[in-house]
Ligand binder design. Sequence first.
Ligand SMILES: Cc1cc2nc3c(=O)[nH]c(=O)nc-3n(C[C@H](O)[C@H](O)[C@H](O)COP(=O)(O)OP(=O)(O)OC[C@H]3O[C@@H](n4cnc5c(N)ncnc54)[C@H](O)[C@@H]3O)c2cc1C
Length: 377
Amino acid sequence: MVAAMDLQLDRRALVSGGAALALSGCTTMPSGSPPRLASVGSSSATASCLARVNVDPSRVIRTVAGLRPYRPSGFVVRAEAFGDALLVHNYGHGGGGISLSWGSSRLATALGLPGHSGPVAVIGSGIMGLTTARLVQEAGYPVTIYTDTLPPGTTSNIAGGQIYPAGHFDDAMVTPQWRDQAAAAADYSRRRFQIMVGEDYGVRWLPTYDQTRRTGAIPPDLMFPGRARLAADQHPFPLDNVVRYETMYVETGRFMERLLRDIRIAGGRIEVRRFQSPYDVAALPERLVFNCTGLGAAALFGDTELVPVRGQLAVLIPQPEVDYAYALSAGYMFPRSDGILLGGTFERGEYTAEPQPQDIADIVESHRRLMAGWRCA
Ligand SMILES: Cc1cc2nc3c(=O)[nH]c(=O)nc-3n(C[C@H](O)[C@H](O)[C@H](O)COP(=O)(O)OP(=O)(O)OC[C@H]3O[C@@H](n4cnc5c(N)ncnc54)[C@H](O)[C@@H]3O)c2cc1C
């Protein structure tokens, strides 16, 4: 996973190790900066054709903004005694929470469940809370989810849903032990999402176009099957150093709704309430509590390292014929049945989860320019 992050010249490289540019509070695409045009020619009859994304401000159907729960030293999966209960933390996954969800929640449940008997509490109903609750149920325990906001009101519902753990730590701040934990989380998640592919959960594989800084051979990576460098006539992007690989994409709204359905069918209870302090948590009847509160853990448990990294997206009218994704210097594009997602921004320290009109205009313009250089008809 780490090697892959070193390899890619895209949003992931910008928001994980060496994150100075993207995490400085700026958008990744300052107004007026065009996508990098390469020396591959402005048009080519032989360029491998892909359906062109119809980018125009008039095609924007909605705009969204969410706050990624970012911790420079990485996500927290840790158990602590809490009065006569056990509290297991599972939060702080930055821009990689969808990708890491099943695996991180598996690490958390492995810390909490052995030796426990009786009902279990999960705080939070984002992707971490829902995957934790499902794993608790699969292990045979009754579960209650306590949450301030249910889907579709969570940050997880905003996420683009690419399975590619990115932008969730600072290279200089993490330990080798934490890297092992993150790799284990990514690996289990990848396996788990694979067996959920299909219409029901809204998970699918897509070829993805990216750029690399590397020269020479590209090593194989289980996370990114089929990864290969492309010649100029093998893609329509007006860019060089393009690579292609396959990865999964999750239509997060649909996925969250289906998980909630599964939890309810299996007898899970849901209670909407906001916890103001650890005392509220300690008063819960359950003796095992999972803290899956994302950015909320900063106020609830005093984690001063947690900081929001705002992400804004413009969503265009769906185009079913667009059957690929890209993450390039112009930004990223994930096609979904609920719209074409154009990203995005990585704004550290921004606490307002509201789309900013100028940033949205910059995002759309950046993708429009990319499409203007499209090298096939
Ligand atoms: C624009 C954008 C694009 C993204 N794209 C991707 C992507 O392509 N791939 C990827 O892997 N990740 C992506 N992410 C990151 C991903 O969305 C997050 O890492 C993930 O959603 C975090 O999940 P969570 O469950 O920890 O937090 P949340 O979804 O924020 O859920 C937290 C839950 O805790 C509850 N809660 C909080 N405080 C309290 C309290 N005091 N009392 C009671 N309940 C409380 C909330 O109500 C909520 O239900 C993206 C994020 C954004 C913003």
